[in-house]
Design a protein around this ligand. Structure first.
Ligand code: FAD
Length: 279
């Protein structure tokens, strides 16, 4: 088995032609850092389907390895099958398999036939055998809707048992939560690489909003320090970069098998940390 660390970047599909053009430049700049692959998010219920496809096309045209995200909630098995067929024909070899969250406004609606990511992983394996390397999501700080930390881990184990090759975590700023999660996985015999998801810090208001929505904790000391910067975005950016750099350094030294950067389609925040780490 190849144990080389895996460093990757995540993009989201832009909404406009202008945004797509700009993304092309972002991809070129980030690709110069030689990541293992780029991943592209997908709106559950197919809400970004065309734009995710267009972003995957952009990367494929540039000859860059791409891992489209695929969220099953709100989609029929037939829709999922069509998407897998599309990616397979395109030569895509890696997929990030998720349940997803239905966008607010789509209500509780029809959840589709696959209700959780474990069912999606099983479906992908049934339909496409070993064609895809499958990544799934992991939550060192526990998924916000989980019935408990151990139950959440049971379901994570279920995704691996269903055929996932690896996992990417929700972002966190508390390295101990990640190491504790790894230890609990090891005790259960879960051996797939679990790559930390890294969210650079550039904007406190936005980060606080995201974190509340996805259950990622901003530790009190960090929240208080970030609040103090107020409108001084440059000072906040520098401080945030130092904090996230130190987090990444600790994660890698502690055995993390790579890092996955939530780039938010920006070059500089991820690039600065990447270069400081000497990746
Ligand atoms: P699951 O693994 O299905 O877990 C969801 C919840 O259900 C958990 O509380 C779990 O404990 C519980 N559970 C799991 N399996 C079962 C089961 N069999 N029976 C009962 N309960 C169960 N969202 C998007 O919409 N698009 C994206 O592109 C996207 N990309 C992401 C990338 C990463 C790396 C991460 C970490 C998250 C991403 N998300 C994305 C967000 C993700 O979709 C949400 O966190 C969602 O709420 C859960 O998805 P999941 O795949 O972890 O779900």
């Amino acid at each position: 088995m190849d144990n080389a660390p895996i460093f990757s970047f995540e993009l989201f599909p832009p909404k406009t032609a202008e945004g797509m053009k700009k993304l092309g430049e972002t991809v070129d700049a980030l690709n110069a850092l030689r990541p293992a692959y780029f991943s592209v998010t997908y709106g559950a219920g197919g809400s970004t389907r065309a734009r995710t496809f267009a972003t995957v096309d952009l990367l494929c045209e540039k000859g860059i390895a791409v891992a489209p995200h695929l969220a099953c909630i709100g989609s029929s098995s037939e829709e999922i099958r069509q998407i897998l067929t599309h990616y397979r024909a395109q030569g895509v070899r890696r997929i990030v398999a998720l349940r997803g969250d239905l966008p607010s406004g789509m209500g509780l609606g029809d959840p589709g036939e696959l209700h959780h990511a474990d069912a999606l992983v099983s479906f992908i394996r049934r339909e496409t055998g070993d064609h895809f390397h499958i990544e799934v999501a992991a939550y060192p700080e526990v998924h916000p809707q989980a019935a408990g930390a151990e139950r959440d881990l049971d379901y994570f184990q279920g995704k691996v048992a269903a055929g996932a090759n690896g996992a990417i975590t929700q972002y966190f700023y508390n390295a101990d939560a990640y190491f504790d999660f790894l230890e609990r996985c090891t005790r259960r015999g879960i051996e797939v690489p679990i790559v930390p998801g890294i969210m650079p810090i550039t904007n406190f208001t936005q980060l606080a909003r995201f974190s509340d929505a996805c259950g990622a904790e901003i530790p009190r000391w960090l929240r208080k320090r970030l609040e103090d910067f107020g409108d001084d975005l440059e000072a906040l950016r520098q401080f945030g970069q130092e904090v996230v750099f130190r987090l990444c350094e600790r994660l890698l030294q502690g055995g993390a098998p790579g890092l996955h950067f939530y780039t938010m389609n920006r070059v500089q925040p991820s690039k600065a940390i990447w270069q400081a780490l000497g990746i």
